[in-house]
Each structure stands twice: as C-alpha cells, then as structure tokens.
Design a protein around this ligand. Structure first.
Ligand code: ZN
Ligand code: FE
Length: 254
C-alpha cells in the first residue's frame, strides 16, 4: 500500500512522494526541485530510495542530481530518453515493472509530448503517475511526437480502470476547462466540472489528482469518439486520431 504526498512547486508543478507503507521505501516522482522535496521528506520522516522520472524536461528532473548527491537514491527513467535523464541508473519502458518495497508499478511508454515519456501505474493503489501525457481535462503539447503517437499513448491510459487516480504533473486544469467547453459545450458533466474547478481555483484549492472516470467523461483529448466533439470540429465520422489531432491543434491556438 502506498501513501502519497503532493508537493506544489514552481508556478504550477506537482511533485509526489510515494511511501510504501510496509517497508518504508519512498520514491519521489518528477522532482522539479530538490529543496522542497528534502523539506517534505524531513517533515514526513520518510527515507528517499528512488527518483522516478516520466520524461526529461527540467521541470521534472531539475532536482535529480542534488537529491542523488545528498541521499544516494537510485534514478529511474524512460529508456527511450536515457541520455537526457540526469543521473539515470535504471532505464525502463513498455511492459517493465518497477518495485518500491512491496508496491509494484507497471510501466507504459507514452511518447508524444517528448520522444521518451513513461507512465507508472501502481495497480493495487489505483495510482497513475503520468507526467505531462495526461492532465486533468487536458494533455500536454506535442513537442517531439506525432498526433498518432500521443493518441496511442492516451489510448493506453484511457483503458485503465475508471477508478484510477490520475496524478499528473501540473495544475493546468482551469485553463484546460476553459478550452474544453469550447469544443464540447453540450457536455453537461464537463460544464458542471468546470464550475467546480473555477470555484476550487478561486480559493486556491488543488484539482489534481482527478479520477480517470471523470476524465473519460469530460476530457476532450480522451473523447475523440464523442459525436458532439466531432460535430463542433466539423469532423463527424473522422478517424479518432484525426479528431484528436484537430483538438490538440485548436488548443495550441487557444
Ligand atoms: Zn514536460
Ligand atoms: Fe512539465
């Protein structure tokens, strides 16, 4: 069993600590920075054993070397991008598992945002650490990948159990919601969720993690099969990857 602690850092990043309760082993996921991570470990009394990176961007790996130097933890990251992960010890990809004490994560290759991007799914805890691939009500830009790659990646995540908690790496939800209602204005669940998100953000409350079931119902990047979305885009019956690509293009310009 995992206990998960969320640390907001920089302007909108989330770093996570995951404690394997039985053994005391602790991983940090995407440490953008090191000082806040050290402070949180100290406050919790948790001992860091691993750094898990989803991809190479500095706002996910910026704390790697300082944490490794001070604590001697092992750094785990995407095999497809091992040359760009500072201090990497263990490179993982599709079908691999990562074991933290008694907790086991399945690893998925989810490229599209970057060439090498992985997600960690702790099935027994219904916890998905997906970096910048899937956000609450969004997904990140396709800096190094194609729409087909990103759609394949999101399709893997979309197939996970609906009760999965989505621990993404950014608090972008309110801006994502503002866009989402422009492409699926008829979606009542989406309109209702946007109202809750706006209320939450007005008082500085976090909207992450979310539950995959609500993403399936409201996140336009997981919904290219929605007839309403297809109609808004003028793409009724088009291949899902094309609908996804057009949704992403519109978000880039929003
Ligand atoms: Zn990124
Ligand atoms: Fe990021």
């Amino acid at each position: 069993m995992l206990e998960i602690h969320q640390i907001p850092v920089l302007s909108d990043n989330y770093v996570y600590l995951a404690l394997d309760v039985e053994t005391g082993k602790t991983a940090v996921i995407d440490p953008a920075v090191h000082e806040e991570v050290l402070a949180a470990l100290d406050e919790k009394g948790w001992m860091l054993s691993h750094i898990l990176n989803t991809h190479h961007h500095a706002d996910h790996t910026g704390g790697n070397l300082a944490l490794k130097e001070r604590i001697g933890c092992r750094i785990v990251g995407p095999r497809a991008d091992r040359d760009r992960i500072p201090g990497i010890d263990v490179a993982l990809g599709e079908g691999d598992t990562f074991t933290l004490g008694k907790s086991v994560a399945r690893v998925f290759d989810v490229p599209g945002h970057t060439r090498g991007h992985i997600a960690y799914w702790f099935e027994a805890d219904n916890a998905l650490f997906c970096g910048d691939t899937l956000f609450a009500l969004g997904c990140d830009r396709l800096f190094e990948g194609t729409p087909q790659q990103m759609w394949d990646s999101l399709s893997k995540l979309r197939a996970l159990p609906p009760q999965t908690r989505v621990y993404c790496a950014h608090e972008y939800t309110q801006a994502n919601a503002a866009f989402a209602v422009t492409v699926e204005p008829q979606n009542r669940a989406l309109v209702a969720r946007k109202a809750v998100i706006d209320d939450f953000r007005a008082i500085g409350r976090r909207t992450v993690p979310s539950i995959l079931a609500e993403e399936l119902a409201t996140n336009p990047f997981l919904r290219p099969d929605s007839p309403d979305l297809q109609r808004t885009l003028g793409m009724e019956g088009a291949p899902l990857v094309d609908v996804f690509a057009e949704t992403r293009r519109r978000k880039d310009r929003f």
